[in-house]
Design a protein around this ligand. Sequence first.
Ligand code: SF4
Length: 492
Amino acid sequence: MTNPRLSKTKILLGMQCPRRLYLEVYHPEFAEVSEETEQILARGNDVGQAARDLLPKGILIDTGGDLGRALQETSDHLSRRKNATLFEAAFEHQDVLIKADILHSRSGTIKLVEVKSTTLVKPYHIPDVAVQFWVLKGAGYEPRKVELAYIDNSFVYPGNGDYQGLFTKADMTEEVLELQREIPKWVKKCKQVLRGDMPSIEVGDQCESPFDCPFYSYCTEGTTMPEYPVGLLPWGGKTAEKLLELGICDLRDAKEDQLSKPLHRKVWRATKTGKPEIDPAVSAEIRKHPYPRYYLDFETIAFAIPVWAGTRPYQQIPFQWSCHIEHQNGTVEHKDFLDTTGDLPVKSLAECLIATVGSKGPVYSYGAFERTMINAISEMLPGLAPKLGKIRSRIVDLLPIARQSYYHPAMKGSWSMKSVLPTIAPSLNYDSLEVQHGGMAQQAYLEATAHGTTAERQRAIRENLLEYCGRDTEGLFAIARFLENAAAVQIS
Ligand code: SF4
């Protein structure tokens, strides 16, 4: 069997898991690529393009997938020009192919720059650049310096397409040189994997680190997972490890004294008996809250490369909220806001929110996100900060209250709204909605604001988004009602 060509990416995958390397090469059809992975890849491409745009004299080696021609063009440019900046320059050494994001050649001295969409240097970036350095050197060049260009999240976009300062750089040369002796071993190991049969490897921590593996379903197909795996214990990694070492895979097989945290014992008890637990004292806690009561949820968007002047990379910008308002006489109103103009939505969103939530009554959220968002909006709009600060001081986070007082075995260790709702209000599910989670809401927002989206399509997207965010606050309202009635409620 001849070896398929290796690449930097394949070597990194082989380091994560030899079986993953084998499957990527011989059975890519078994991969299930998540929406999130696709979004990460698309973001990487955008960031790569932004880095290239900052170097207008650079030359892109673009041969439409013809690797032989890419190698030849790279070699031609480097031999013909004393000084050159190349994008996607291709090099090969011992059947390992790399494409360098940015390569600066100055009188024969080469600097390699790898562009990342992260805001930090991550441990897995080091082998990434080390392999590139090794190939470059092996191909007969003299790389002197290796840098990682990554996003500076303190950069504030001044507008007018000016992205100078978007990237910050880290000199990785020392770390890369230290790893050079290891690389031939990695390459040899990867080649052995590809010459042999599919490695038999159990699923484990490597399936998620440093990247989620798209072969997880394939590797776990046909295996019977326990109905209540010990891993469902919230913040219970070490306890789960100990139980697994004792051969206990299903939480129902554990003994109470093997669990020390009260929360773990509650989860275990409910799971073992199959009966939900609720603390009736929570009713009084909710009942003391005055009316009107507001149930609030934001949807946000974040761009690696900011599109609005005055914003930063990855800054969460709210573009939508939904608010259910419960009055003392039992009536419930619904108000919402959604901006799909593509302009910075924050000012009109905040003004509308202030007008809607008035000056008194609790503002319920589920998790800390709404409070964080109100802080973020206050920073962006200092003139509205006092009014927003008052709203923030009224926020009541129902998540810790629910965690403290309620657990149903079907929640399987999670108090997320999507885990709690089916146990108390099954009709409020998201299955029938076009937009079913925050990631989909972001994609829908991007489509609604994209040039070329028809007015008709935009209307449909708006309806979907409004329905989704409205469902979130309907759910929040249902959870509050459930907790308030806990003393009397009969749960099945
Ligand atoms: S799911 Fe896990 S065991 Fe299977 S190939 Fe991926 S990393 Fe390897």
